[in-house]
Design a protein around this ligand. Structure first.
Ligand code: PXP
Length: 237
């Protein structure tokens, strides 16, 4: 069975809309684990637009499953990772203006800079995963970097769903996952996955874990509305 890492960044996005204390991504992480999540993923962005330094520290303390910290390969983030010690760090490219992570990391072009970061994190006993496009050259480069695993970017597949050439995109993902598994990398996948487009992905046996954020938090906000409204109505008598 494919494991599920739940990304709780969007809970922090709602909190930041009022710059207050609720909803708390720490509580969301605990509830996700109680519901069966196999891991918690958070992205500490350079601009702290959602998850902040306190969230990373507290989630690390309370999480009982696997904590996966998504981060840019910068000195600041390496320092934070080495002091917080998540179970895994996923290196992602980061641009200030983007709404979400747009593309995979260029492991081919950034080989020597990434090697330093991979070595530092692994030296701190943090597993390193590289978020890459489903491209065989990138998989090969991730293996040369001696990463522990790769997360294959499923964004193009998700964008092509259901009316575009998603089957071609799925083939690219399958080939990349297969090659990564042959190179003894752990194989993860994520970005844009939802309750519908997840199904064809289940046929790719090399994937051990998916990371899903937006669709789970979006659904939670809707399936929780009746209860939240009911509770307020009963307070009003
Ligand atoms: N994996 C990575 C590396 C990501 O950057 C993100 C988005 O933060 C996700 C998975 C989750 O994507 P989504 O929110 O679209 O499910």
């Amino acid at each position: 069975m494919i494991k599920l890492g739940v990304n709780v960044d969007h809970i922090a996005t709602i909190r930041q809309a009022r710059q207050g204390v609720e909803p708390d991504p720490v509580q969301a992480a605990v509830l996700a684990e109680l519901a069966g999540a196999d891991g918690i993923t958070i992205h500490l962005r350079e601009d702290r637009r959602h998850i902040n330094d306190r969230d990373v520290r507290v989630i690390k303390e309370v999480a009982r499953t696997k904590l996966n910290l998504e981060m840019a390969a910068t000195d600041e983030m390496v320092k934070i990772a080495l002091s917080t010690k998540p179970d895994q760090a996923t290196l992602v490219p980061e641009k200030r203006q983007e709404l979400t992570t747009e593309g995979g990391l260029d492991c081919v072009g950034l080989m020597s800079a990434l090697q330093t970061v991979v070595n530092l994190l692994q030296g701190g006993e943090i597993e390193v995963s590289l978020f890459i496009d489903p491209d065989l050259e990138q998989v090969k480069a991730a293996s040369r970097l001696r990463a522990d695993g790769v997360e294959i970017h499923t964004g193009s597949y998700a964008n092509a769903w259901p009316d575009g050439d998603w089957a071609d995109e799925l083939d690219k993902i399958r080939n990349a996952c297969n090659y990564a598994a042959k190179l003894k990398l752990k194989v993860y996948a994520g970005h844009g996955l939802n309750y519908r487009n997840i199904k064809p992905l289940l046929a790719i046996k090399d994937i051990s874990e998916v990371n899903i954020g937006h669709s789970i938090i979006a659904r939670a906000s809707l399936v929780g509305i009746s209860r939240a409204v009911g509770e307020m109505k009963s307070l009003l008598g």
